[in-house]
Design a protein. Structure first.
Lengths: 290, 308
């Protein structure tokens, strides 16, 4: 995997959008200062998104498929049929990698979307959970024709006493996979657990981090809640600025902006690019902003 | 290690308010029913109450917001009853989360119907009228669930549009039958009109609205005060199917309740012409015959009936 990760394309700064809603991804891609790639949280069936994906690609942007139905942790295995359809989806849209939050998306007998449980259920951060997560990630890797990246999910609580980067670091090393860091989710972990991630950085295999997300959020009862339609909180910007210098293999920074206006998206993308120029030490990523 | 048991405990805590309260009152006692090892017990002992409560509340509201789109009248009616909102919150419990996906919503609706029937209505009449609408939403959910199951069973029906195929010129001479995956009920009044009155926001905002402003009991009583029976029909339509997923939508239609006995008489052998001849023989006025013919034509065009 290490070799495969170094061969991944550097995508630059992009946006996570709904393919069928405003703002129109194609208009954004064509706009001056628009996203260089479009990430979408589509459903399993590639036939549902093929036409929209083709429009985006024809406009000159790469696409990343970022679903919310894979169990990357836990005792419930993913359905072989769903994994086969996922493989078809990833291959058809030419997603350079396949990333999703490491969480429970289903807890019953059938595979399903995290939204059916409200949203992701975070993993239990302990040793036995880690062992099963290694199995789950390998199960997906065996099916999907692209490198797999795991993402710490948003958390209002942390169950288990392993530290977040200890859990994800060991998992990524053992499963030989990549990592996606959502700075809002990391803020959510810090607030929920009282732990500082800066003090855990040594546990993170930083060369495996290929993508960073940033999105709007809100604080509620002293905890962080993902809210993509809201503004990005200062805590998330700070986390981005703090992390960027430590990520030598970063390929993409994605602003998750479903529900935002085109003007808001474009101005925030400019601010994200400025942050990358100022804080990232990864020359290829900075060059990709030109 | 017993990760399955830790997962079971976590899901129970996230989806069961009573279990959560018991846990935060006495963690060891609440966990006694799970085969957790010492490490897992220590993990749960350190779990933050505000965090778990916030997660559980947001999760529950998101699930109810989804479900309210399938059961809008049931939700509005329930909110007007003492204990109705608490009932709705309780029903998205661990059993709901773990239910088979294809039938999860329908099972929820069935349980909701049974529990709503036990709540206090202003009168028996109001209970009967309100539950007629709840029954219809539950029947629609089951029709969708069965179609979804069939689509994923390995012998899926071909996805269909929301409209039926164009009518053949001799449609009136062909034997008629009710379409599959159909719900049909004579309701005390127009379902569409009642939904406009009792669900005054976009359906994806309905749960949030009802949580803030439950339907006033007087408004439910006023909406059900007068009866103008209508025949309500809903057909579950498979609009997309793949190896793993099936998308089902509902086509609905309302007609004069006078159509109900006619449609109940359809057994796959009578044509529209035969039905109209029978009506003519019983001295039905020409205007009635024309209205029935037009209604049958509409039912065929909307796919509620099949001309064989």
């Amino acid at each position: 995997m290490g070799g495969r990760l170094s061969e991944l394309p550097v995508l630059g700064v992009g946006a996570s959008l709904s393919l069928e809603a405003r703002p129109d991804p194609v208009e954004l891609v064509r706009a001056v200062g628009g996203p260089r790639f479009v990430e979408y949280a589509g459903r399993l069936d590639v036939d549902e998104v093929r036409a929209e994906v083709e429009r985006v690609r024809a406009a000159g942007a790469r696409v990343l498929f970022h679903p919310s139905y894979i169990n990357f942790c836990g005792t419930l295995a993913n359905s072989p049929a769903w994994l086969a359809e996922t493989a078809r989806h990833v291959a058809e849209v030419a997603s350079p990698w396949f990333a999703q939050d490491l969480a429970y998306c289903f807890v019953g007998p059938d595979q399903g979307y995290s939204a059916e449980l409200g949203y992701f259920i975070p993993p239990i951060l302990n040793r036995s959970s880690l062992e099963r997560a290694v199995e789950r990630v390998r199960e997906v890797q065996a099916a999907v024709p692209a490198p797999v990246a795991i993402e710490p999910p948003p958390m209002c609580f942390a169950l288990g006493r392993m530290k977040l980067f200890e859990f994800f670091g060991e998992l990524a090393e053992r499963a030989d996979c990549a990592i996606l860091l959502d700075v809002g989710h990391l803020v959510s972990y810090e607030l929920a657990s009282g732990q500082s991630l800066r003090e855990q950085l040594s546990r993170l295999p930083r060369e495996r981090v290929i993508e960073v997300h940033i999105a709007g959020g809100r604080l509620e009862r002293g905890l962080y809640v993902d809210a993509h339609e809201r503004d990005i909180l200062p805590e998330a910007w700070r986390m981005l600025h703090d992390l960027l210098p430590h990520l030598p293999s970063l390929r993409a920074v994605c602003f998750e902006c479903e529900g935002k206006s085109e003007a808001e998206v474009l101005s925030t993308l400019e601010r994200v690019r400025a942050a990358v120029r100022e804080h990232s030490g990864h020359a290829a990523l900075v060059e990709a902003l030109a | 290690m017993s990760l399955e048991e830790a997962e079971r405990a976590l899901v129970d805590l996230l989806f069961d308010e009573a279990q959560r309260a018991a846990f935060f009152a006495d963690r060891a006692a609440a966990l006694a029913g799970y085969a957790l090892d010492a490490e897992e017990q220590a993990d749960f002992a350190a779990l933050s109450q505000p965090g778990l409560e916030l997660d559980a509340t947001m999760r529950r509201d998101l699930m109810l917001a989804r479900l309210s789109r399938s059961f809008p009248l049931s939700f509005s009616i329930g909110s007007a009853l003492p204990g109705g909102l608490a009932l709705l919150r309780r029903l998205v419990g661990p059993a709901y989360a773990r239910a088979p996906r294809a039938t999860r919503s329908a099972r929820f609706g069935e349980t909701l119907r049974a529990e709503l029937a036990g709540l206090s209505f202003a009168s028996d009449r109001e209970r009967a009228l309100a539950l007629a609408f709840v029954d219809t939403e539950v029947a629609m959910a089951w029709a969708a669930a069965r179609l979804r199951e069939q689509a994923l069973s390995g012998s899926p029906p071909a996805p269909a549009g929301r409209s039926a195929a164009p009518l053949a010129a001799d449609w009136a001479a062909r034997p008629l039958a009710l379409a599959p995956h159909l719900c049909m009920a004579v309701l005390p009044r127009s379902r569409a009109a009642l939904e406009r009155e009792l669900c005054p926001v976009e359906l994806d905002q309905l749960w949030a609205r009802l949580e803030r402003v439950p339907l006033p009991a007087g408004r439910l009583a006023a909406a059900l005060a007068s009866e103008q029976p209508r025949l309500f029909m809903a057909r579950a339509v498979l609009v997309r199917a793949s190896r793993c997923e099936a998308t089902v939508e509902q086509v609905t239609l309302e007609l004069s309740d006078g159509f109900a006995p006619l449609l109940r008489a359809l057994d796959g052998s009578r044509s529209a012409d035969a039905l109209l001849s029978r009506l003519a023989a019983s001295s039905a006025p020409v205007a009635t015959l024309e209205a029935v013919r037009a209604g049958l034509r509409t039912l065929l065009e909307r796919g509620m009936l099949l001309a064989r």
